[in-house]
Write a protein that binds this ligand. Structure first.
Ligand code: ADP
Ligand code: MG
Length: 337
């Protein structure tokens, strides 16, 4: 690498001498392998996510928010499985060793890592196009990981937090939508610094029947659960409308959802099909309603019941009077095209 050498770079920006490690991390950065010792009897949960410049983020994005997001999207996968984080590795390809960039990147990365007691335990560093790949390791009691395959007809359909703001911000940054500055700031925070729902995921062990994180849009990620579980779902559009936060003072706050209105249709499209929110979509038996609400309270995470699991396949989006809505926003694949 230009500027500092590879090993100096690792030592300066990624090794944190004297930083306490959880007992499950026997050996961190510095040897040929890291050594993990999961809590006896626990299963390892492992997930990787790659972020490519120009595809998953703008090349000139604030490096601190990039550090946050690279880890957040991985922790979100652990959250979706109900796993407890243990540590992560970072494979980094960088055009040059820019000290200011590396300093900000590692600061954003470690701020989130520390919040989740999830240390960086190793990785790889090379010169090349800007590209990051993180692998996270977590643990969960055997048989208690939240899977996509467990939803059953009659289960409630739930979502955490709010949806659609990340897509709204992306639209605005790509100049497709004009937003008031304060609204853009709120939405942009959600796009660039998502909150992985790690505590909620763990609290839902033994309560939720299936879960996934919303990285590609609610309809798309719910679709994965439905397919794996062999079921369908009904989704209440008027409830979903209230999930968007940045827009709350506009369409959805009016309390009257009009699917024919352009603004309402735009909000609903962002809620249903927007990606990058990193909330959890999950199902739970109707008899677990109080426990789901309790898990939300215990982890200070809003949870909203937005529909139900049915027999059959696919998602039906329903208006308040129960009639199915037809619109481009009801189809995930349509928006991908
Ligand atoms: P090897 O050649 O044996 O794969 P390296 O020389 O690439 O090891 O790396 C030396 C040490 O630094 C290893 O412990 C490796 O895990 C760690 N490391 C390399 N790059 C990073 C990185 N970007 N973040 C954290 N640790 C890293
Ligand atoms: Mg080696």
């Amino acid at each position: 690498m230009s500027g500092v050498g590879e090993f100096e770079l690792i030592a300066r920006y990624f090794e944190r001498a004297g930083h306490p490690l959880p007992t499950q991390v026997v050996l961190g950065i510095g040897d040929d392998c890291a050594l993990l010792q999961p809590t006896p009897g626990m299963q390892l949960a492992i997930s990787s996510d790659m972020l490519v410049s120009g595809r998953h983020f703008f090349a000139d994005v604030d490096p601190a928010t990039l550090g946050h997001k690279a880890l957040a999207v991985n922790l979100s996968d652990l959250a979706a499985c109900g796993a407890t984080p243990l540590g992560f590795t970072l494979a980094l390809s960088l055009p040059s060793a820019n000290p200011a960039w590396l300093q900000a990147f590692s600061q954003g990365l470690f701020a989130l890592a520390d919040r989740h007691h999830c240390p960086l335990v190793g990785g790889d560093t090379t010169q090349g196009p800007l590209n990051l790949c993180i692998t996270v390791f977590g643990e969960t009691p055997p048989g208690q990981a939240l899977l996509r395959s467990g939803a059953r007809a009659g289960d409630d359909l739930w979502v955490s937090g709010t949806l659609g703001d990340a897509a709204l911000a992306l639209d605005a940054l790509l100049s497709h939508t004009a937003l008031p500055p304060a609204t853009l700031a709120t939405a942009r925070q959600r796009l660039e610094q998502p909150t992985p729902r790690v505590a909620l995921g763990q609290a839902l062990r033994g309560i939720a029947s299936a879960a996934a994180d919303v990285s590609d849009g609610l309809l798309g990620d719910l679709g994965h659960i439905l397919k794996r579980s062999g079921v369908g779902a009904e989704l209440d559009a008027s409830t979903a409308m209230h999930l968007i936060a940045a827009c709350a003072h506009s369409a959805s706050a009016s309390g009257h959802f009009d699917p024919q209105s352009n603004l309402d249709a735009t909000v609903l499209r962002h809620v249903l099909s927007g990606g990058d929110d990193y909330e959890l979509v999950f199902t739970a038996p109707a008899g677990q309603r109080d426990q789901v609400v309790q898990a939300g309270h215990a982890t200070a995470t809003p949870v909203t019941r937005i529909g139900r699991i049915t027999t059959g396949a696919g998602v039906r989006v329903l208006a308040a009077d129960g009639t199915p809505l037809q619109g481009a926003w009801t189809s995930f694949d349509h928006f991908k095209a």
